[in-house]
Design a protein around this ligand. Structure first.
Ligand SMILES: [Zn+2]
Ligand SMILES: [Zn+2]
Length: 160
């Protein structure tokens, strides 16, 4: 799922909890639950190639200009996730920030594991892979993008 969708879902579900620890936890857990739903990803061929499972536990991504276009897309996705969460939800900014951060953190940890393959990060990567739906809608852009837009609208409509 794209980071925008994760941020919206996490913020929607966690924003009304009174305690910031709970806000973070629910945002964080929502990521894994919704990664179980078959979904679409935008292509990141260079990053995905570098992240092949056979290279697990080895440093596979270094900051190089090759990755910039794909990393720029991830950064835009992340920025849009925060922007839309702040735009559509009415909770305190700190609550929204923590909920959205929790909701996108698992994917950021996966990326971090490639640059800094410490044991805890590699184990997390395995767990993320394990919970993640095996059905990918990556080739079906209409259904894939449409379903995520639908989820975003639904969560904003239900929880704003
Ligand atoms: Zn995914
Ligand atoms: Zn994920």
């Amino acid at each position: 799922m794209v980071l925008v969708t994760h941020a919206i879902i996490g913020t929607a579900l966690a924003q009304r909890l009174g305690n910031l620890g709970a806000v973070f936890l629910i945002g964080f857990l929502s990521h894994y639950i919704f990664d179980m739903v078959p979904h679409w990803h935008y292509p990141s061929p260079r990053i995905v190639k570098a992240m092949h499972p056979s290279r697990m536990g080895k440093k596979t991504v270094s900051f190089s200009s090759d990755f910039f276009p794909e990393m720029a897309r991830v950064a835009l996705d992340l920025a849009l996730g925060f922007a839309l969460s702040f735009l559509f939800f009415k909770a305190e900014p700190v609550t929204i920030f923590i909920a959205a951060t929790g909701a996108v953190l698992p994917d950021l940890l996966v990326g971090w594991a490639r640059m800094w393959p410490r044991r805890a990060l590699v184990l997390h990567d395995r767990f993320h892979r394990w919970v993640h739906s095996e059905i990918r809608l990556d080739d079906n852009h209409i259904l894939g993008i449409g379903s995520q837009i639908g989820i975003i609208i639904l969560f904003i409509f239900l929880f704003r």
